[in-house]
Design a binder for this molecule. Structure first.
Ligand SMILES: *Cc1c(COP(=O)(O)O)cnc(C)c1O
Ligand SMILES: [Zn+2]
Length: 397
């Protein structure tokens, strides 16, 4: 049994598990397709129950799950490595740089965590069809998990998505609808699709369990650091759901009495797609018209989880930083050549942000870079800066 209620992130109304599915019915009256979501739900556990049951000797993290284990797909999501980098520690002048490499998930990105839990929920409610809009990674994650769970995935992606992500989606056997438009257009279309034709919608933040799935990365970090947490976690941000999930994981640990202080969260966005960071800095929201960055996974005009992401940064006294495509590509090269970690451009933004904030970060001991996706997802982006060598004659040596 899972002991929780859904709680609206805006009005704080509470709902029983099967009473609601997506947004808060009251706050979402104000929501119209084409703006950041209103009334995103969070999962509020019975933290006293967790306190009574959780033991460090034999830690059972399923106490923090909003879907029972028996519904979990048979797909090896999570348990990604936590790696120390002495080179990057020195580069930043910090004692300890830790890298959580989530590009090693089965479909190559952190999105597997969200898709995994939503498919578990689909198992529970006996829904066979799952619909999603994505810049590419959420879609390939959903397609992969659905393949393993024998469910039908219907996916809306912009036609500009990197080829590797499209190939994944197709090989996993999903139905793909390539949208002649942006990610934001795909998001709107997928909502209309489920309204008219049914199926479970896995859109990021729209389904509250996407946040719960993504939070497992924080629970793992806590476990891998011997029941402690870093001082700072640096997160690449597009729709603002990963950073909200990271926040939620630490929030749960704090509410369960397992940590005293939450890590400071740093939101890294591409300069040319920074609606959330501008919202945090100025307190007024506006879309980023025509985002254009090589970091496709964080290229968003209307970030669906803008309100919650802002709260995650503010509640941890966090920071924002915007990085250019050049800074991202430089960071990608540094990561690859000094740690062996090949991160996709959006994921490399974590390091780009850390380099930019070097002075502010000096005072912290343990800084974690969240590497959200695998470099093999998009080789065209770095190829722009790489000269492949010319072949040599076979008598060269
Ligand atoms: C989705 C994604 C992000 C950003 O996550 P949001 O929830 O959209 O903020 C960052 N990096 C990668 C690799 C992603 O796939
Ligand atoms: Zn509400």
């Amino acid at each position: 049994m899972c002991y929780f209620v859904y709680k609206c992130s805006i009005c704080k109304r509470e709902y029983r598990r099967d009473e609601v599915r997506y947004l808060c019915p009251v706050c979402s009256i104000e929501y119209k397709i084409g703006m950041p979501l209103k009334g995103v739900l969070t999962v509020e556990f019975d933290y006293n129950h967790i306190k009574r049951r959780f033991s460090k000797k034999n830690p059972d993290f399923s106490l923090f799950s909003a879907v029972e284990k028996r519904y979990f797909p048979n797909f090896p999501v999570g348990n990604t490595p936590l790696i120390k980098s002495s080179y990057i520690s020195r580069l930043l002048g910090v004692e300890n740089i830790l890298i959580k490499y989530d590009g090693l998930n089965p479909t190559g990105s952190l999105k597997d965590r969200a898709s995994f839990l939503v498919v578990a929920e689909a198992n529970r409610i006996k829904e066979e069809k799952i619909v999603c809009a994505s810049t590419g990674n959420a879609a390939s994650a959903l397609a992969g998990v659905c393949a393993s769970a024998k469910k039908k995935a219907i996916i809306f992606v912009p036609k500009t998505a990197p080829k590797a992500k499209l190939v994944q989606i197709i090989l996993y056997g999903a139905e793909i609808i390539l949208v002649d438009g942006t990610y934001d257009d795909a998001f709107a279309m997928s909502l209309r699709f489920t309204e008219r034709r049914g199926g479970l919608n896995r859109n990021t933040a729209y389904h509250p369990l996407t946040i719960e799935g993504k939070k497992t990365v924080s629970l793992e970090i806590f476990n891998q650091m011997n029941f402690s947490v870093p001082d700072v976690v640096i997160v690449p941000v597009g729709d603002g759901v990963i950073i909200s999930g990271v926040y939620k994981g630490f929030y749960d640990l704090k509410r369960a009495g397992l940590i005293k202080k939450m890590p400071i969260l740093i939101s890294v966005q591409a300069k040319t797609s920074n609606a959330i960071n501008r919202f945090i800095r100025s307190n007024t929201y506006s879309d980023y018209k025509n985002p254009k960055t090589i970091a496709d996974s964080i290229s968003v005009s209307i970030p669906s989880n803008a309100y919650m992401a802002k709260m995650a940064v503010e509640n941890t006294e966090g920071l924002t930083v915007d990085v250019s495509d050049n800074e991202i590509l430089k960071a990608q090269k540094i990561l690859a050549s000094t740690t062996g970690i090949f991160a996709e451009p959006a994921a490399s933004a974590s390091l780009a942000g850390a380099i930019k904030l070097k002075n502010e970060l000096k005072k912290y001991k343990k800084i974690l870079l969240l590497i959200t996706g695998n470099g093999l997802k998009d080789i065209d982006a770095p190829l722009k800066n790489i000269k492949l060598p010319l072949p040599v004659a076979k008598d060269w040596i």
